[in-house]
Write a protein that binds this ligand. Structure first.
Ligand SMILES: Nc1nc2c(ncn2[C@@H]2O[C@H](COP(=O)(O)OP(=O)(O)OP(=O)(O)O)[C@@H](O)[C@H]2O)c(=O)[nH]1
Length: 382
């Protein structure tokens, strides 16, 4: 829905609500003045009451129509206001004394001056149309039907009434333009807020993507070197503190260059991905496998002593062999693994660098010894 239409829609709903409240208030006011008619205009109260009840009927009709969310709620309120002002003109002609006429005039003028601009959001034209019966009808009717003179009328709030008729449209205009400006600003604010939250969402998505890229290797989706070493650092510290075992596997793909050169780089990539999947599986739920770079991987096994780490290494080798057979891969899917287990109870402190260095060394020893195997042991066996 275009912005301007939404603005109209919102403004209309708001106007309908205000008009509805205003008519209810007007009804309460009309009912309260029944006693005024009875005591202050004893000769004509039945006629005034008849008029008041007719007017209350019109108000009920207005309320009913306003509740149906009409397209032009101001027109309905205008109908009520015109009828009320007509009644006011006729009622004034039935009053016999100047004091009561003053009260009558003041009550209506005040409601026009204060109540209407306070409750309704009318442009000056509507306000003017509503006042037309007063402007055009009051004086002729008064001169024709009232027993009082023009002098009495002048002393009974006549000047105040004239001032009211001039000021009411001006007040209505000021109120209406402020209201429309507020609606427009609120709508603009909502649109801007929606844009900002959309942009925020996009930024969050981008931030997550950047975080992922900063911590992961895109070819294998494994954590990258930095992330893996951070994990090892934390895990080693926890193992030393809790006096638990910790094992790592330094995994290097065998003959990747040969696979690249003979079967092409995509197959080389595939080999790397196969090893990565195997390493992740061997790491299990508690551990972590990361790609250190090129064809090197690190598997961190928290809590794994010698036997468990040997099992993990074997699991990796078997996984690769099984994959090769299952997918009928023509090139070798093999790795050399340098395995280190550190038992903090028996061996005390060790640094991450030393741990990796030992594992790396063992892996190279295996390479030199003919590849595709695990060099095993605790770090003291190095
Ligand atoms: N396809 C592919 N090749 C890579 C990637 N990263 C590194 N390489 C290649 O992997 C090869 C690694 O060579 P080497 O270190 O000699 O290792 P190798 O050929 O596996 O030999 P050994 O480790 O001795 O068995 C190099 O030719 C690199 O260009 C990669 O992401 N994809």
């Amino acid at each position: 829905m275009p912005c301007s239409e939404m603005e109209d829609e919102e403004s209309r709903h708001y106007r309908a609500r205000l008009n509805h409240t205003f008519v209810l208030f007007a009804m309460a006011g009309l009912a309260c003045f029944l006693l005024f008619d009875y005591f202050q205009v004893p000769d004509a109260w039945p006629t005034l009451w008849l008029g008041r009840f007719l007017l209350l009927g019109v108000c009920v009709l207005c309320v009913t129509l306003l509740r149906r969310q009409p397209r032009r709620p101001d027109d309905i309120a205008l109908l009520g206001a015109v009828c009320a002002n007509l009644y006011f003109c006729f009622g004034a002609t039935m009053i016999q004394d100047a004091i009561t006429l003053s009260l009558w005039n003041l009550s209506f003028s005040t409601s026009m001056l204060i109540a209407m601009p306070a409750w309704l959001v009318w442009g000056w034209r509507y306000q003017l149309v509503s006042s037309l019966p007063l402007i055009l009808g009051y004086l002729p009717l008064f001169l024709w039907l009232s027993p009082l003179s023009l002098k009495d009328l002048a002393g009974a709030g006549g000047a105040y009434m004239v001032a009211t008729m001039i000021m009411a449209p001006a007040l209505a205009h000021a109120r209406s333009s402020t209201f429309l400006r507020t609606v427009k600003l609120r709508r603009a604010l909502e649109v801007r807020n929606a844009e900002l939250s959309h942009m925020n969402q996009q930024l969050l998505t981008q931030q997550h993507e950047l975080e992922y890229r900063a911590n992961h290797d895109l070819l294998t989706s494994l954590p990258n070197r930095r992330c893996g070493l951070e994990f090892l650092d934390r895990t080693l510290a926890a193992s030393l503190r809790e006096r638990r075992c910790l094992s790592i596997l330094f995994v290097d793909v065998d003959r990747l260059k040969y696979v690249n050169d003979t079967f092409g780089h995509p197959q080389g990539d595939r080999l790397i991905q196969l090893v990565a999947a195997g390493a992740a599986q061997a790491a299990g739920e508690e551990g972590m496998a990361c790609r250190l770079g090129g064809d090197e991987f690190l598997v961190v096994l928290p809590g794994a002593c010698d036997m468990a780490s040997q099992q993990a290494a074997n699991q990796l080798m078997h996984h690769l062999e099984a994959q090769r057979l299952e997918e009928q891969i023509a090139f070798p899917v093999e790795v050399s693994i340098g395995r280190v287990t550190h038992d903090s109870v028996l061996q005390g402190e060790i640094s991450v660098q030393d741990l990796i260095h030992i594992a790396d060394d063992r892996m190279y020893r295996q390479k030199r010894a003919g590849r595709h195997a695990v060099v095993k042991g605790s770090n003291q066996q190095a």
